[in-house]
Design a protein around this ligand. Structure first.
Ligand code: NAD
Ligand code: AKB
Length: 312
């Protein structure tokens, strides 16, 4: 394998911490530079290089890429669905300009690869609710979904026009215990574990029968690395790949938690996030990713819940 030097932007976030640690295991600690606008996450401290960096500052980003001899960028900095609805202008600006800065630098510096995640938030109320296919009607209603869908086409454009090897996954809601989630609609499925352990009760901001596509973080990390390590000729989708693992409702995850904490209770008080959740599919067809680069998930609802409760 040619020597790679990787820059992870947004490394202190929910995915960034775990992805940085996983990449350091593969490529060596010194070859994975973590960066973020906020301070270095505790779990990253001492495990490898960290730089403070704003992805919106293209000049500084460019300087870092040259100075550190970066060959690959993983761009994770973004504003997610729920926070995005509170400040649509900022969400659009960060999610778009951050990506364009990275793609431009990747083109100029001829980087080997770029990773940028999209989301199931690209889908909207007119997309199929069940087993939503790779290619279908896509009419997102959140600023986050609009920015992700536009971003997918920028990735495709930079690949077709300039040969940038940029790869992408439409993650479902990700569940993890190492670092806190960053303001998404699917965050309830993380909060519920914390509240169950601390207070044996959870007030859920979605209705009990709201099914959403979800995935446990180890599966998300494994999908990301598998996609990035696949030979380029196996990548038939240059916008973003559907990937899926689990689909459940608040009622179902509560029942699963009750198996471990019998006196756990839940009540429902839907807020503005219900409309976002209602606009997304309940489950995803990811057969293209499975065929192209051998994606498969490991964790189902019960294995994921047991692992979350054991580790929190
Ligand atoms: P997060 O909010 O937990 O982390 C994002 C990180 O980016 C934060 O640490 C933040 O400080 C940093 N950041 C923000 N602005 C920045 C800037 N200007 N310059 C540098 N860093 C900046 O988000 P996450 O959940 O880790 O998501 C990472 C990516 O994955 C995002 O693109 C998100 O849309 C996508 N995604 C996440 C999920 C999920 O469930 N977590 C699902 C689908 C897609
Ligand atoms: C969110 O809820 O905004 C994210 C996502 C599905 O992109 N978790």
């Amino acid at each position: 394998m040619a020597k790679e030097k990787i820059l992870v932007i947004g490394a202190s976030g929910q995915i960034g911490v775990e992805l940085t640690l996983a990449l350091r295991k593969i490529y060596g600690n010194a070859n994975v530079v973590a960066s973020d606008l906020r301070e270095e996450n505790e779990l990253l401290k001492g495990s490898g290089p960290y730089v403070s960096l704003d992805v919106m500052n293209k000049e500084m980003l460019h300087v870092q890429v040259i100075r550190q001899n970066i060959t690959q960028i993983y761009l994770l900095a973004a504003i997610l669905s729920a926070t995005g609805e509170k400040n649509p202008g900022l969400a659009w600006h960060l999610n778009m300009q951050g990506l364009l800065n990275v793609l431009d630098i990747a083109r100029e510096e001829k980087l080997n690869k770029v990773y940028w995640p999209s989301s199931i938030a690209v889908f909207g109320p007119t997309s199929p609710k069940k087993n939503c296919p790779q290619q279908t009607i896509i009419e997102p209603i959140t600023v986050y979904g609009i920015s992700k869908y536009a971003g997918e086409f920028w990735c495709n454009y930079f690949h077709q026009r300039y040969g940038v090897d940029v790869r992408s996954i439409r993650y479902p809601g990700l569940i993890s215990y190492k670092s806190a989630p960053g303001g998404g609609t699917t965050d309830y499925a993380i909060e519920i574990f914390h509240e169950a352990l601390e207070h044996k009760h959870y007030k859920c901001f979605l209705k009990e029968d709201t099914y959403l596509p979800m995935m446990y973080m180890p599966d998300a990390i494994s999908a990301t690395i598998r996609l990035m390590e696949a030979p380029a000729e196996k990548i038939s989708v240059r916008t973003s790949y559907n990937v899926s693992a689990i689909s459940f409702s608040p009622k179902e995850i509560a029942a699963e938690i009750k198996k471990h904490i019998p006196d756990f209770t839940i009540n429902y008080s839907p807020d503005y996030r219900q409309a976002i959740a209602d606009s997304w599919p309940q489950s995803i067809d990811d057969s293209v990713a499975r065929n192209d680069w051998g994606w498969k998930h490991e964790y189902d609802l019960s294995a994921m819940s047991a692992d979350m409760l054991q580790n929190l």
